[in-house]
Design a protein around this ligand. Structure first.
Ligand code: FES
Length: 182
């Protein structure tokens, strides 16, 4: 079986040295072109980041630190929050890089995380089913609890004062792929 992997070299800095990229940085960079035909085991990796139609979801000037705003994306039944966490966050946008967005279904068994944001800890949870809590400054990684997967993070862009959702990083609970319901 021929394995065909092409990876663009984006690890060189301007001075010719090598940069060390984390797995998440690498995935966010879009620097990989991977042929999955011969490597079905990588199909899940391909689902990690999915692009969707760009959608305006809010304004920077309207956000108040610690006060999440709900929105649906990429589908009408997918519930998320947009939140200014008040500290630089992974994937954060805005002048302080502190505006992030996450899906609100727990990655363990889909427990509802609405209303559980803790501004003091910049965390979502605990989940009402089995108490998982997620860190919104670190790409939604699990702080504690039963879940083993980070919360899906909504990829954001900012244009002037407008905030746009452009994709999803991570698999939304209940979906076999980020292109539709299982
Ligand atoms: S469904 Fe959230 S911790 Fe189990």
């Amino acid at each position: 079986m021929t394995q065909n992997i092409q990876i663009h070299d984006r690890t060189q800095d301007e001075e010719g040295g090598h940069l060390c990229m984390s797995r998440r940085q690498f995935l966010l960079s879009g620097g990989a072109v991977v042929s999955l035909a011969a490597m079905p085991g990588l199909a899940q990796a391909a689902a990690i980041k999915a692009g969707y139609a760009r959608k305006k979801i809010g304004k920077l000037s309207a956000l108040k630190a610690g006060e999440p705003v709900a929105f649906n994306y990429p589908f009408a039944d997918v519930r998320n929050i947009l939140v200014k966490v008040g500290a630089p966050a992974g994937g954060g946008i805005g002048p302080e890089k502190d505006v992030v967005a996450f899906n609100q279904q727990c990655t363990h068994m889909g427990g509802p995380l609405e209303g559980t944001y803790k501004a003091k800890y910049q965390a979502l949870g605990p989940c009402p089913l089995h108490l998982t809590t997620f860190d919104l400054t670190r790409h939604g990684m699990v702080i504690s609890g039963h879940a083993t997967e980070s919360l899906p993070q909504i990829v954001l862009e900012v244009q002037g004062d407008d905030i746009y959702a452009t994709g999803v990083m991570g698999l939304i609970y209940g979906y076999a792929a980020n292109t539709g319901r299982a």
